[in-house]
Design a binder for this molecule. Sequence first.
Ligand code: SF4
Ligand code: SF4
Length: 126
Amino acid sequence: MSNIITKENYPYAFNQDACATCEGRCCTGESGYIYVSKDEIFKIAELLNLSVNDFGVKYLFKHGYKYSIKEIKHENSHECIFYDRESNGCKIYKARPSQCITFPFWDYFKTHIDELKEECPGIVDD
Ligand code: SF4
Ligand code: SF4
């Protein structure tokens, strides 16, 4: 069965099957920002059974006026602090931020498909 997803106005499609073998390239690699909204902060803190304050101190940093999830260094790469190398999954999957849920359908990638293809092996031509 095909697991190809398309989205209106996006010039590419996404094959979800690629996630099984790609080793979380969207959660690892170059350093970046994983932004979380106020609502998302509350949800993740609740999932982790932490107060919002404790969660923020342990897992977030401020970038401009936004908050981003911290990364850790692994060899020559960076990875989201919630990336689970053992299971190739997300430790906060049920409450992962919208930025993660909507990947790879981000406005930015509409005009940067080559960059996206380098990062995500699931991208296919529509
Ligand atoms: S980079 Fe693409 S294929 Fe790999 S886990 Fe992320 S969405 Fe799936
Ligand atoms: S929150 Fe989860 S899905 Fe998002 S970058 Fe981190 S590990 Fe990946």
